[in-house]
Design a protein around this ligand. Structure first.
Ligand SMILES: [Zn+2]
Ligand SMILES: [Zn+2]
Length: 196
């Protein structure tokens, strides 16, 4: 990766030698004064090796407008705090907990300075079931191929679809997904209370 600089050398206009007149003419391109990469746009050439900074002062990787920790902070700030919530919780980093009690049981020894303030709520997402009709269509399409002339007459298609429909209704398959619109405050005082 190229090294970004606070004050890169200014962009330069690119010239080429005209094959007949041997004069140097602009090819309407600009190159970065530092690394030589060519751009159509003068501003882009100026930005090429320039180090950008986040509002908080952290260095930004190229093309980022906010650093990782500010982005994370914003995500938590934007969520609305809910006071009464029962259900799965998540720390926003892919870890899920059945309830606050479980979270505290696992994290009871986290040092006060390393403690997170909130957990995100979750939403229950139930499986819509098997789409037998499109599974059937896809399978036959794969089998017939693009150039084969499809000829088939399905037997008892309606029975299959009705059966799968019934079968789908009997399933109870769901996942919990992060709901980053809602957050719950972690009652660390409960842990502190037990420790004293
Ligand atoms: Zn450059
Ligand atoms: Zn930042």
């Amino acid at each position: 990766m190229k090294e970004l600089k606070d004050n890169p050398k200014p962009p330069q206009e690119l010239f080429a030698k005209h094959p007949e007149t041997s004069e140097f003419v602009s090819v309407k391109r600009f190159y970065c004064g530092d690394c030589g990469t060519i751009y159509v746009d003068k501003e882009m050439a100026a930005e090429c090796c320039k180090q950008d900074y986040c509002e908080c002062g952290n260095k930004l990787p190229k093309f980022w407008t906010m650093c990782g920790s500010c982005r994370d902070l914003k995500r938590w700030e934007k969520a609305e705090e809910v006071m009464t919530y029962k259900g799965m919780l998540t720390d926003g980093e892919g870890n899920y907990f059945n309830d606050m009690e479980e979270y505290l049981d696992i994290n009871y020894d986290v040092k006060p300075e390393d403690r997170e303030e909130f957990l995100f709520c979750t939403t229950k997402d139930t499986w819509a079931g098997l789409d037998a009709r499109s599974a059937l269509e896809n399978s036959l399409e794969d089998y017939c191929g693009e150039d084969g002339e499809p000829y088939y007459q399905l037997v008892d298609e309606d029975k299959l679809l009705a059966f799968v429909d019934e079968w789908n209704k009997r399933q109870d398959i769901h996942v919990f997904r992060e709901d980053s619109k809602r957050k719950v405050k972690i009652p660390w005082e409960e842990v502190d209370h037990e420790n004293t």
